[in-house]
Every structure is written in structure tokens, then in C-alpha cells.
Ligand binder design. Structure first.
Ligand SMILES: [Fe+2]
Ligand SMILES: [Fe+2]
Length: 273
């Protein structure tokens, strides 16, 4: 048996959250507007795509979550999950504020999301509008179903946050730092990435416990990931010819990084693809 490393419990993650507050309205975006206006075509195409994906994803992620809070097993897990709901709303608010202050005229969150969706392709819809919404509806209908909860956490914490989110933030924060671009956005996005580490830690601990208690749950995780992998690969295709050069990577590097992150996390929960 491999040595299992200890994972933080929901209670530990809740306590950590109490000390890690930040406010989306306090991030200084004054330099970003000038940076935005001076972006070259390739940089603008890449950033428009990424900002669109981030605000549209965070709208889904914050509105398709209450069912998991309702499906809490105890007060400690419910405490942690309530903090995650607030975090996701803060992320959506930060991306909307960035649109208001830097990219476009001030508007409602719904209007920003609608505009963002024009830049997103079919794989985004498959993941966020079909898989995530469907799993959330099943969990709301039957909050005591272990299978529904494991399936939801697999989509949300493993696929979306642990694989797509972590891969995007790894490469995008590296690019912004090397290029010295959009410092306010990089600051907020870095804080969001730190929040996401906590969220992924919850999902990893929950799935490990669920599989340890009922080994049949591993098949639920595996089946869902197999179904989502093609669409996940599809959302990791940056647009335009120069995007990979800007990110300093070769064709296929995003998918390779994402897959190795997923394998690492699956080995922690006691599952494989
Ligand atoms: Fe988020
Ligand atoms: Fe998150």
C-alpha cells in the first residue's frame, strides 16, 4: 500500500479561509486600462478569450453550487462549503469589475457574461451548461445520494477547478508576469488561484474519503472524467496563431500539463483514469 499523505479536513480549510480574506473592490486596476489599450492584436485576442472564459465559467460555477452546500454531511463540511460559495461569487465580481473598469462600459454581470459567451465554443457549453448543470440538478433532487455528490464533485473540483482552472492560471500568470502586463488583473487572478487551491483541497479530501468508504465510487469518478476529457481538451485550445508563442509553449503543452495534474490528483484520491 502506498503511504497516504494527510489531506486537510473541511474544518481545517474553513479555519484557513477565515485568515485569507481579500476584497475584489480593493484590487488596484488603474494601470490596467492603459495596458489594455496598448495591447497588440495577438495579446488582445488571447486575453479577450481568457477573460471571456473566466467570467462565463465563474458565473456557472457560482450559480451551480448551492446544491452541494445543501448536501453537506455535517456542520464542519457545511461551514467550509459556505465559504467556497462566497469565494466563487467574489471571483465573478472581480471579473465583472475588470470588465467595467478596464475592458468595456460598466454593465450588469449578465450583460458581461452574454458578451463573453460569443467568444466561447461548443466544448465550453458541453462542460458548463450540460454536465455541470445536469449534475447539480441531480444533487438538488437527491442530496443524500452519494453517487450524485461524488459525480458533482468530480466535475466541479476535479475537472473544472483542479484541471482546467489550475492549468489556465499556471500558464496565464506566468505569461503576465514575464510580460509585466495587467498588474491589477494579475494580482486579483493570483488571489483567485490561491482560493482555488483551497477548493481543490476540499474536493480531493472528499473524493478520497468517499472512495475509501465505498470503492464503487471510483467508477463514478472514472466514468465522468472519461466522458468529459474530449471537451476539456477542447476548451484548452487558445485562439489565434500567436497565442502559444506568447505563452512560451509548444502545441499540446496545455493538455499535457492538465493531464499530468489530473493524474497526480487522482492518485491522491485512490483512483485512476
Ligand atoms: Fe472560482
Ligand atoms: Fe473555486
Amino acid at each position: 500500500m502506498p503511504v497516504t499523505q494527510p489531506l486537510r479536513s473541511p474544518q481545517e480549510l474553513y479555519l484557513q479561509w477565515e485568515h485569507e480574506h481579500w476584497a475584489s473592490q480593493d484590487i488596484d486596476l488603474t494601470a490596467d486600462r492603459e495596458h489594455w489599450l496598448a495591447l497588440g492584436d495577438t495579446e488582445r485576442t488571447l486575453m479577450t478569450f481568457v477573460l471571456s472564459a473566466l467570467i462565463a465559467a465563474e458565473e456557472r460555477i457560482s450559480t451551480q453550487f448551492c446544491g452541494l452546500v445543501y448536501a453537506q454531511d455535517d456542520e464542519e463540511e457545511g461551514s467550509y462549503l459556505s465559504t467556497q460559495l462566497v469565494d466563487e461569487v467574489r471571483h465573478m465580481q472581480f471579473y465583472a469589475r475588470f470588465q467595467n473598469v478596464v475592458v468595456a462600459d460598466p454593465d450588469t454581470i449578465a450583460a458581461h457574461v452574454e458578451r463573453a459567451r460569443e467568444h466561447l465554443a461548443e466544448p465550453f457549453r458541453v462542460i458548463f451548461d450540460e454536465a455541470l448543470v445536469g449534475a447539480h440538478e441531480r444533487l438538488i433532487a437527491d442530496p443524500r445520494s452519494r453517487e450524485a455528490k461524488v459525480d458533482f464533485v468530480t466535475i466541479y473540483h476535479m475537472a473544472l477547478e483542479g484541471t482546467l482552472g489550475m492549468t489556465t492560471s499556471h500558464f496565464l500568470l506566468g505569461f503576465l508576469e514575464r510580460a509585466g502586463l495587467l498588474p491589477g488583473f494579475a494580482d486579483g487572478y493570483g488571489r483567485i488561484a490561491a482560493d482555488e487551491q483551497r477548493h481543490v483541497a476540499y474536493g480531493t479530501e472528499f473524493l478520497r474519503r468517499a472512495i475509501a468508504e465505498d470503492p464503487g465510487m471510483e467508477a463514478v469518478v472514472r466514468t465522468r472524467l472519461h466522458q468529459l476529457l474530449p471537451a476539456m481538451a477542447g476548451t484548452l485550445q487558445p485562439p489565434g496563431d500567436g497565442a502559444l508563442d506568447l505563452l512560451g509553449i509548444e502545441e499540446g503543452a496545455l493538455a499535457e500539463y492538465a493531464l499530468s495534474a489530473l493524474h497526480r490528483r487522482l492518485s491522491l484520491i485512490g483512483a485512476s483514469l
